[in-house]
Design a protein around this ligand. Structure first.
Ligand SMILES: Cc1cc2nc3c(=O)[nH]c(=O)nc-3n(C[C@H](O)[C@H](O)[C@H](O)COP(=O)(O)OP(=O)(O)OC[C@H]3O[C@@H](n4cnc5c(N)ncnc54)[C@H](O)[C@@H]3O)c2cc1C
Length: 410
């Protein structure tokens, strides 16, 4: 186990600076255009793939070859400092990859994760499909059904997924579905829907408040047939899990099965989402700091007023506090001592900080901050997503409340 330290090593510093350069030279100059277009920024993601920033190797190196867990959040913060919508377009496939890594066998991981990314010359995407029109926070109520035909060793999926990042434009869709609805969250499983599978289509594409470069849409599953090998983790493991869950229903003293597949993925990815929020907050803070040093009012730069300087002091203090929580959670996650609430704490804090800091940045820029001519307006719209996806603010509080009390707070 690595010594607990939040100091970055030479490799991490080099990686951070490399991602920062790309964010400064490529992502940031493109941010306004793709926000206005509300389209997936293919040319930017392709450029990221060419330099090795988008792809399986980048994710594998950042996650596996790092005993500290800090490499990924450090890289993500820089990317989202560039722009959140484009940052999510680069990182979105990582959620599908995490869903496969968290629930699949090593063979499934080797087969499907590369297909979530494609190659530098032929970029592909992955999508992780959990949420539904009537089941967002309440993941245990999924209506998408998976029915098994033993004779054909084939699953049939039916349902509609909502709010899916890269939904319908991805090569690989990882779909969480109910196998035994009576067991609710314990009766679910994850499936790979391979490229070009008949019956999977894109539903409505959402018009969003922020992160507008990132593609978000419904995914419709209409009699989608996938072979038995597409069940992540395999049938034997699923049958054992279902048997334990059924026994637990009748005998409450029996320990139920493992975690819900979607939850296992989100737990692992929360510090990364916290890092995204910090990137946006830092970008807005830096912009406001520079502006406050230049903008003159009453014959002096506005930063010469304590009201402005103290606001900036609070902003950087909050950003640093949130980053420390994110890095702690990332370190604990990597070193196996993660008890979940740390990940939720980091995401809860970082999301709130991003919303608050970006709002303060608008305040510091005054009327200019409220216009689309200045980027803090976009950053504020972007920041709100961190209070919502991968577990809302209230769901993080619920997870933390349960962890600290040992009780099933509702
Ligand atoms: C841009 C974007 C991208 C997304 N990408 C993906 C993706 O790639 N894959 C995917 O599967 N999903 C994705 N989502 C879905 C996202 O995870 C859900 O929107 C989120 O989990 C909230 O679910 P909901 O929208 O149904 O809200 P609800 O669950 O309906 O919540 C509404 C409100 O009620 C509160 N609430 C709900 N239950 C409780 C409770 N028990 N206690 C207290 N308060 C509660 C919530 O905090 C919230 O304030 C995305 C969403 C967005 C907006």
């Amino acid at each position: 186990m690595a010594e607990f330290s939040l100091a970055l090593n030479d490799d991490q510093i080099q990686l951070r600076d490399w991602v920062h350069e790309f964010a400064k030279d490529v992502i940031r100059p493109a941010a306004e255009e793709w926000d206005e277009r509300e389209e997936f920024p293919w040319p930017i993601v392709e450029e990221a793939a060419k330099i090795g920033l988008y792809g399986m190797d980048f994710m594998a190196n950042a996650m596996l070859a790092d005993a500290t867990g800090l490499t990924l959040p450090v890289a993500i913060e820089e990317m989202f400092w560039g722009d959140a919508g484009i940052g999510l377009s680069i990182m979105g496939s990582g959620l599908a990859a995490a869903g496969i890594a968290g629930n699949g066998t090593p063979e499934q991981l080797m087969e499907w994760v590369p297909q979530c990314y494609g190659t530098a010359d032929d970029v592909k995407l992955g999508a992780f499909c959990v949420s539904e029109p009537d089941a967002g926070s309440d993941v245990s109520s999924l209506r998408t059904r998976a029915v098994y035909d033993e004779a054909k060793d084939e699953w049939t999926l039916n349902g509609t997924k909502a709010w899916i990042t890269n939904g319908g434009i991805a090569n690989v869709h990882v779909v969480v579905a109910a196998v035994d609805p009576e067991l609710r969250g314990r009766g679910q499983a994850s499936f790979i829907v391979p490229p070009n599978t008949p019956g999977l289509s894109m539903g409505q594409k959402y018009k969003k408040h922020g992160i507008r470069a990132s593609h978000t849409s419904e995914v419709v599953l209409d009699d989608v047939k996938v072979p038995g090998s597409c069940l992540l983790g395999g049938k034997e493991k699923l049958d054992e899990k279902l048997a334990r869950a059924r026994e637990a229903l009748t005998k409450p003293q029996v320990e139920s099965s493992g975690k819900q597949p979607a939850m296992a993925t989100f737990e692992a990815t929360r510090p990364a989402v916290g890092a995204q929020a910090i990137g946006v907050a830092r970008a807005a803070y830096e912009y406001a700091l520079e502006y406050a040093g230049e903008r003159q009012a009453f014959g002096k730069p506005i930063i010469m007023n304590q009201a402005i300087a103290f606001m900036l002091a609070d902003m950087i203090t909050e950003i640093d506090a949130a980053r420390l929580l994110v890095h702690r959670a990332a370190w604990l996650s990597r070193n196996g001592t993660y008890v979940n609430a740390e990940g939720s704490m980091s995401k809860l804090k970082a999301g709130r900080v991003a919303v608050w800091v970006t709002e303060r940045a608008i305040q510091i820029l005054g009327g200019y901050g409220y216009t689309r001519e200045y980027p803090v307006e976009r950053m504020h719209r972007d920041a709100k997503i961190f209070d919502i996806f991968e577990g809302t603010e209230q769901i993080q509080q619920l997870v933390i409340g349960r962890a600290i009390s040992g009780r099933r707070i509702e």
